[in-house]
Design a protein around this ligand. Structure first.
Ligand code: PGA
Length: 251
């Protein structure tokens, strides 16, 4: 990934993709990016399931679309059956890794301290850590959004996190996969709050992505919001047309 002043469109395939469809999608993205990705006003990243990382790296080789992991363990090696380390992802050709996604926090009970250890592991391995934060529906209803996000941010970012090695993704839990998004004024409020916190304790240049039901139709409006440094895209990253339309929404 390039300079922090460019926006980043990151697609996470989550637990989707066998060799057939996953590699067909990667090849189609490589074809579209050929000679053109550098003209886009954003950096591009896809995060396939771990089983496909190496083959997607090969399929996208030289295309200016980077590849990332969806999670990593905090240790670099050891007796951790089923886990993947940041070093393994780097070795397979990844440039970055998502940590602290709300599905990891919910499905695997991951808390801020573990997320911070994973982000530090990413940095140790030379990867960009994409650190996810976001409130639940109940927390938003209780008016606690800004406090929750600030607490997660401070608990999940390693000391010294900087723009070269760190991206934050603001993803309201209730917006993920639901087809619902906050209003643009609400997105602007939370991004402004996150950027202020980053400026006070970390690095004001850290990109803050919005994630949660971003699609080809709403991307331009969301990406135009003050403080939005890109998007983390789930469902809509599974088809080349939609992912590419979102990338082209960066103006
Ligand atoms: P979604 O997922 O785009 O399918 O809502 C976003 C995410 O989980 O990062």
């Amino acid at each position: 990934m390039a300079a922090a002043d460019r926006r980043l469109i990151a697609g996470t395939w989550k637990m989707n993709g066998l060799a057939g469809d996953g590699l067909a999608l990667a090849s189609e993205l490589a074809r579209r990016a050929e000679g053109r990705a550098r003209d886009l006003a954003c950096d591009l990243l896809v995060c396939p399931p771990a089983t496909l990382v190496r083959e997607v790296v090969v399929a996208l080789g030289g295309s200016a679309i980077a590849v990332g992991g969806q999670d990593c363990h905090a240790e670099s090696t050891g007796a951790h059956t089923g886990d993947v380390s940041a070093e393994m992802l780097a070795d397979a050709g990844c440039a970055s890794v998502i940590v602290g996604h709300s599905e990891r926090r919910a499905d695997h009970g991951e808390g801020d301290a573990l997320v911070r250890a994973k982000a530090a592991a990413a940095h140790r391995a030379g990867l960009v850590a994409i650190v996810c934060v976001g409130e639940s529906a109940a927390e938003r209803q209780a008016g606690a959004t800004l406090d929750v996000v600030a607490r997660q941010l401070e608990g999940s970012l390693p000391a010294g996190a900087n723009a070269g090695a760190t991206v934050v993704a603001y993803e309201p839990v209730w917006a993920i996969g639901s087809g619902r998004t906050p209003g643009t004024d609400e997105i602007a409020e939370v991004h402004g709050h996150i950027l202020a916190r980053l400026g006070a304790g970390f690095d004001p240049g850290i990109r803050v992505l919005y994630g949660g039901s971003v699609n080809a139709k709403n991307a331009a409006e969301i990406l135009a919001v003050e403080g939005v440094g890109g998007a983390l895209v789930g469902g809509a990253s599974l088809t080349a047309d939609d992912f590419w339309a979102i990338a082209e929404s960066c103006r």
